[in-house]
Ligand binder design. Sequence first.
Ligand code: MLT
Length: 418
Amino acid sequence: MGIIHLSFMIPKYGDIMTSPPFPRSGVCMDDEETLFNVRESNLDTGLRGIPVGTCQTSYVDPMEGVHYVGYPVEDLVDLEEEDVIYLLLFKELPTKEQSDKFRAELVHRAESLPTGALRVLESLTPGSGHPMDWLAIGIMALGTAEATGDVRADSMNLIARMPELMARVFLLRGGRKEQLKPRNPELGLVENFVHMLGVEGEEAERMCRVLRFFFILHMDHGGGNLSTFTGKAVASGRASVYSAMSSAMNALSGPLHGRANQAVLEFIQRIGTSSEDEVKSFVNAEIDARRPIYGFGHGVLRAEDPRARLLIGLGEEICPDEELYKTVKVLREITPDILKERIPKISNPYPNVDLGSGTLLHSVGFRKPDYYTTFFGWARVAGICAQILDERNAREGRGTPIYRPKYIPKNQPHRRLD
Ligand code: MLT
């Protein structure tokens, strides 16, 4: 998520009759309460801000950012990734015993990728297509080989297999398949991925530190972000978790959604300096040329994204003296004021999660920004699976009905062939 588009003003919200964030966990709603008045001006705005369902995994406070089952994400960043996944699935942080059992289940389910799915990935030409295409194809291919139709089992299998799928996408697409190390799921999700890439020692530790942090911050972001919504919409037709997730990954791959993290690093590389005056001139010149300012703005947030603050904070530990990181800090400092001055109606001129993430990934060895969205996608598999499971369990186990919003006909006068 996250660019400011100069030619696009966020449409006006309708009236939310319950104070945001809606709903906070535990809020009881009266069946007849009016939550939102849909006005004509709300049409053709991508359902922006219109409540369509409930979400039990996370909510996004416009000022304070995302909370996972009530916890601000900053409380969770230093936990083990499996425990945060457990929280999203079961709505409580695990006890030591629950955590051990959950990990053991993931290890047990992390069998090697089925041969058929592997062959599909191996048949793709290294370097061709976007890594997100490979990820979506890989998930789909896994589904053809092993979907059971049981949402819980399929979700757990997919979560458990993602480290290997990710490693294979990286190495097969990169034409380096001989570097792949045998999987070792006992290491945990993030470490197993890093190990399979063949990274070791101190380099592996730095990589794991950044990836785990990134992974936890990106797992979920309420129910209405495009990839989650797409995954749930597809799942509502009772398609398999794999089909739903592959669709979600395709939704995430667009530059207005997950692929913005790739665009931010490319933007920062184009700036090429951390000199404050030069960064200011660059940003102003981009605005003059009506080009997007990457890493700022958000569809829901109205203050700096806490995930941006946390990632930039981590940069002090990981890469304080690197030029790209210093450029990020200068951008964070100067851009909101420039945006407010140049675009007075702007609703959110503040940094979003993408501003610092690419710089950290780059610093720990991921030099190709086109892979960054796959990390976002991998993380979101957990949140999307958890939300699909919640929707499937809704209404006393009957599940959320198939998604079917209404579109108002336009420019379609009644006609007949003579
Ligand atoms: C995010 O993580 O910021 C989202 O997926 C984008 C959104 O919430 O719309």
